[in-house]
Ligand binder design. Structure first.
Ligand SMILES: NC(=O)c1ccc[n+]([C@@H]2O[C@H](COP(=O)([O-])OP(=O)(O)OC[C@H]3O[C@@H](n4cnc5c(N)ncnc54)[C@H](O)[C@@H]3O)[C@@H](O)[C@H]2O)c1
Length: 364
């Protein structure tokens, strides 16, 4: 058996401790160090993990002997300098979503990782969740028919961020799921919204992604809602799916419903819609924390030298969409079109990979 991968985590605020907990529980991993500018957070985590080193200085953290990989869970504005230093120090690097503050920064990180043969993975956590894997499977087998549209709502009160708006904070989850389901990059994006609480930082946004064949997806994101909502509806030509991530056991329901116009008609009197109402069912899903599967995948990629399902290119695509959304916000919701990606034959850009995990137990 290989020696465990030695790993350090930067950022011990809200999300970092979840990464520390999951990586610490994996047999092929040794969490060696934690780094945070905030001494109080470090002290708290050192109480939980007394065998792990705690540092406030990232430069000293990077110099810890034998560190193979670095995980970054800081606010987004710190992702680029920390990840760049980590990659230049020869560490495999995991960055929480969104990858960085601009596509130029993402491109630079991809280039450094490629040049040095290092794994660069982005925390698009939902791609590793059982419901999203099941939905993708149902769609790929043709069960749902052609996708007509997707509607996603991710709403709650807070948590207000200071360096990014709500679209950059919450919509990456929806975008990663939608790109995975549709298997293509959008043709254009438009986004409108408002900053009600912090000037210049939108706390409510409505984004639309337009895809080929007149398919589209809408994403509503809010930090200003009384109730927490995590709901996605996928409307196909044969069936429809409602995915409610707040349900404990019944996260996905498949509805055998559809509506069709008549194939031929000569007069308006002959025009009748055909409504089909069939059964609905709840597919079985294995209960597993998506973050655990995601952490396992990062370690697998390091061990096997393979490209992660949510690698640097996926992170770059996400940030391109978020940048376009910000441009559209400034232009009062005007659509922003993507230019043809020269590296691919696809008119609207690189097709994201289907998430295939090497650990079959992760599949529901
Ligand atoms: N994948 C998910 O489902 C998910 C969920 C929540 C948050 N996130 C992501 O995790 C990241 C962190 O979010 P959060 O909510 O935990 O933020 P947070 O503000 O709660 O915590 C960030 C921590 O990073 C520390 N920090 C900041 N700059 C640093 C630096 N230069 N060196 C060392 N430490 C530094 C801060 O002191 C703080 O303790 C963000 O990218 C966010 O989008 C992902």
């Amino acid at each position: 058996m290989n020696a465990p991968i030695s790993l350090g985590i930067v950022g011990c605020g809200y999300w970092g401790p979840n990464l520390i907990r999951n990586f610490s529980a994996l047999p092929n991993c040794k969490v060696k160090a934690m780094c945070d500018l905030n001494e109080g957070r470090l002290k708290h985590l050192l109480g939980l993990y007394p065998d792990v080193a705690g540092l406030t200085d990232f430069t000293r953290f990077l110099r810890i002997p034998g560190l193979d990989a670095v995980v970054i869970a800081t606010p987004v504005k710190h992702h680029f300098p920390l990840a760049k230093a980590s990659l230049l120090a020869g560490k495999h690097t995991f960055i929480e979503k969104p990858m960085a503050s601009s596509s130029a920064e993402c491109e630079e990180l991809c280039e450094i990782a490629d040049r040095n043969g290092l794994v660069l993975m982005i925390g698009h956590t939902f791609l590793y969740s059982a419901p999203v894997r099941k939905i993708t499977q149902l769609i790929r087998t043709g069960d749902i028919g052609q996708i007509r549209y997707i509607n996603s709502r991710r709403l709650n009160l807070g948590l207000f961020q200071q360096d990014i708006n709500v679209a950059w904070d919450l919509a990456p989850h929806d975008i990663s799921i939608i790109l995975n389901i549709l298997g293509e990059f959008p043709v254009s994006v438009n986004c409108s919204g408002n900053a009600h609480v912090t000037p210049g930082i939108e706390d409510v946004t409505n984004m639309s992604l337009s895809f080929s064949q007149q398919r589209f997806a809408t994403i509503q994101s809010s930090w200003l809602e009384p109730r927490k909502v995590r709901e996605m509806t996928i409307v196909g030509t044969r069936r429809m799916i409602v995915y409610d991530d707040l349900q404990t056991h019944e996260k996905i329901r498949v509805y055998d419903v559809r509506v069709e116009g008549p194939p031929h008609y000569d007069t308006f009197a002959e025009f009748h819609y055909s409504y089909h109402y069939g059964d609905s069912y709840i597919p079985y899903l294995k209960q597993e924390e998506p973050l655990k599967t995601e952490c396992e995948h990062f370690l697998d990629c390091i061990e096997s030298g393979t490209e992660p399902a949510s690698g640097g290119q996926a992170g770059l695509e996400m940030v391109r969409i978020l940048e376009a959304a910000s441009t559209s916000l400034k232009a009062n919701g005007a659509p922003v079109k993507f230019s043809r990606d020269k590296t691919t034959d696809s008119p609207s850009g690189r097709i994201p990979p289907i998430v295939v995990l090497s650990n079959p137990s992760a599949a529901a």
